[in-house]
Design a protein. Structure first.
Length: 332
C-alpha cells in the first residue's frame, strides 16, 4: 500500500504539472480579449493608451497587449514557486487573492457536488437494486429505460427543463444562485440554502446516477444467480435475509467504487449545472476566469479541479484494491 501511495503521489505531481502547462497554453492562444470582457464589450470606449494602462493596472499577462511571443516557462516556474509558499496570485476579475476566491466558491461547489454525489448514490443504487431483483419484469424495464434516457440527456438541457417547470411554472424553488451564507445556521437559513440547492443538486444527481443504476442492476442479477443464493434457497432462507446477507454486501461495494471513479464526470457536469443555474461555485469560477483571461484564477481553479478529480479516482482505486486485489474502478 505504501508503494502504491508513493506511485500515486508521483503521478499526481506529473498530472498537475501537465494540467497547468496545458491550461497556460490554452490561455496564450485564447482568442478572447480580457479587456473586452472587463468592459462588457465596450472596447471602443477607450483609446489604445488607456487600454495599455488598464492591462497594466489589472495585472494582465503581457501577451494580451498584442505581443506575438512570450517566454511562458519562466512564468509557470515562477507561479509554481509562489504556489509552494501558499500564494496563488491575485484575481483581477474579483479583485481578491485567488486563495480567497477559491475558498469561498470551493465550499459552495463542494456542497453541491457532495449532496449530488450522495443523492445519486442512494437513489441510483436503490433503483438498480430494485431493477436487478425484478429482472426482466415491467419494473425492471421501466427503470432501465429511464436510466438510458437519463444517460443521454445533457445536464444543461435537463437544468433548463427543471427551471422552466419548478422555478417558473410551479414556483417551488429559486431559478438561480446560492443562498447567502449564514453562520447562525438558523432554520430559515437552512431552508433557504436547501431551496437554492435543490434544482442544481437534482440535475446533477439525475444525470450522474444513470451508470450506477445500470451497473448495480447487472451486479445484482449476477449475485442472485450465484451459488450462495442457491444454497440459501435450499435451506429455505427468507428473501429479505438473502438480500441483506448476500445481495447488499456483494453489490454495494462495487457500486461505491464505480461512483467514486466517475467523480470526473460529476465535476464536468457541475460546471454546466453551475453555469445554467448561475451557481457561484468552482465550475462557474473556472468558466469566468477563462473568459476574462484571469490567468492566476484560471490556473488556481484548474489546479484545484484536477486535485479533486484525482482524489476521487485515488479513493476508488484504493477501495477497489481492498475489495478485489488488482481491480481498478472504471466509470461505465
Amino acid at each position: 500500500m505504501i508503494g502504491f501511495l508513493f506511485k500515486s503521489s508521483i503521478r499526481l505531481g506529473l498530472q498537475l504539472l501537465l494540467v497547468v502547462v496545458l491550461a497556460w497554453i490554452l490561455i496564450i492562444h485564447s482568442p478572447l480579449d480580457p479587456v473586452t470582457q472587463y468592459l462588457d464589450g465596450n472596447v471602443f470606449a477607450i483609446s489604445a493608451a488607456q487600454k495599455a494602462a488598464l492591462i497594466e493596472q489589472l495585472g494582465l499577462p503581457s501577451f494580451t497587449d498584442g505581443s506575438s511571443s512570450i517566454a511562458w516557462w519562466p512564468v509557470i516556474s515562477q507561479w509554481f514557486s509562489q504556489l509552494v509558499d501558499g500564494n496563488m496570485g491575485f484575481s483581477h476579475l474579483y479583485r481578491q487573492p485567488v486563495t480567497e476566491v477559491l475558498w469561498e466558491r470551493g465550499l459552495v461547489s463542494l456542497l453541491l457536488m457532495g449532496s449530488s454525489w450522495l443523492l445519486a448514490l442512494v437513489v441510483g443504487y436503490g433503483l438498480g437494486l430494485v431493477a436487478g431483483l425484478n429482472a426482466n419484469r415491467w419494473l425492471d424495464h421501466l427503470i432501465r429505460s429511464a436510466a438510458w434516457v437519463l444517460a443521454a440527456i445533457p445536464p444543461f438541457w435537463l437544468g433548463m427543463v427543471l427551471i422552466a417547470l419548478f422555478a417558473i411554472k410551479l414556483q417551488w424553488a429559486p431559478a438561480c444562485c446560492a443562498a447567502p451564507f449564514d453562520s447562525s445556521f438558523s432554520q430559515q437559513s437552512l431552508i433557504s440554502m436547501f431551496q437554492h440547492l435543490m434544482l442544481p443538486m437534482i440535475t446533477l444527481a439525475l444525470v450522474y446516477m444513470a451508470p450506477l443504476i445500470l451497473h448495480t442492476r447487472e451486479k445484482v442479477i449476477d449475485v442472485v444467480s450465484d451459488s450462495p443464493i442457491e444454497y440459501a434457497r435450499m435451506h429455505l432462507q427468507s428473501r429479505s435475509a438473502q438480500i441483506r446477507f448476500h445481495v447488499l454486501g456483494n453489490s454495494l461495494q462495487p457500486a461505491l467504487v464505480l461512483h467514486l471513479a466517475c467523480f470526473a464526470e460529476l465535476f464536468s457536469g457541475s460546471i454546466l449545472a453551475e453555469t445554467v443555474f448561475n451557481y457561484p461555485g468552482l465550475g462557474q469560477t473556472l468558466v469566468k476566469a477563462g473568459l476574462a483571461n484571469d490567468v492566476a484564477l484560471f490556473l488556481g481553479a484548474t489546479l484545484i479541479s484536477a486535485l479533486l478529480v484525482f482524489i476521487g479516482n485515488l479513493t476508488a482505486s484504493v477501495l477497489a484494491k481492498k475489495i478485489t486485489p488488482g481491480a481498478q474502478g472504471q466509470c461505465a
